[in-house]
Design a protein around this ligand. Sequence first.
Ligand code: GRF
Length: 215
Amino acid sequence: MKKIVVLISGSGSNLEAIAKACQNNTIPGSIELVISNQPNVKGLQRAEKYHLMTQTINHTDFASREDFDQALAEQVLSIEPDLVVLAGFMRILTEEFTNAFAGKLINIHPSLLPEYPGLDTHSQALANGDLMHGVTVNYVNNGLDSGPIIAQGALKIDPSQSEAKLIQRIHKIEHALFPKVIAEIAKGLISLQGASVKFEKDSHFGKNNMEFFNV
Ligand code: GRF
C-alpha cells in the first residue's frame, strides 16, 4: 500500500475522487494525511467524511513563503509518503519544497498545458474562442505548471455554455483522470526518470496520454 499525502486549499472534490478510489482499492494506496493551507474549507469536511487525518497549516501564520513551506515539508515528511498530491492546492511552492519531493509530487491543472499556466484558465479559454479545453496531470518541478506531463484530458468547448458549466465539465474529467493516474503511479506503471515521464508497457497512458472526454 502506497502512502499518499494530499494538499488542498478549497472544495476538495478531487480529494474526494481520490479517497473513493482508495476506498474501493482502485488505487492501491491510502491517504495518510490531508493538509489544507486554508482553515475551515469544504475539503476538510470531505476528508472527515472519509475518516482521513487532517491538518491545517495556515500560510498567513508564517512570516515568509520559505517558513510556510518548511513547516509544510516537515509535516509531509513525517508521513514518509510515496506520493504527494496537489489537489487544488493554490500556493506556489518554493524550490526547496519541490526539490525535496521531486519525483513524488504531482499536480492537476485545469488547462491543456502548456496553454494557460497559472490562474483563470477557463475564462481565458472562453475569451480566446478556443475549441478545446481540458486538464493536465504533471510532475511538479521548479517552474509554474511546467513539469513533465503525465496525462491530459480534453473536451470540446460549447461556446453557448457558461463558464460555470465549463468548470463543471472540467471537474468531471479531473475526477476520472486523476485517480486513474494515481493508481498507475501506485502500481509502478508511471514514474519520473530525470526530466521525463516513464510509462511501463502496461500503462494505459503509455501509448496515448491525451484522452478526449465526451462530458
Ligand atoms: C481543480 O480544478 C484543479 O484543477 C485546480 O483547482 C481545482 C480544485 O478543485 N488546481 P477541488 O478543490 O478539487 O474541487
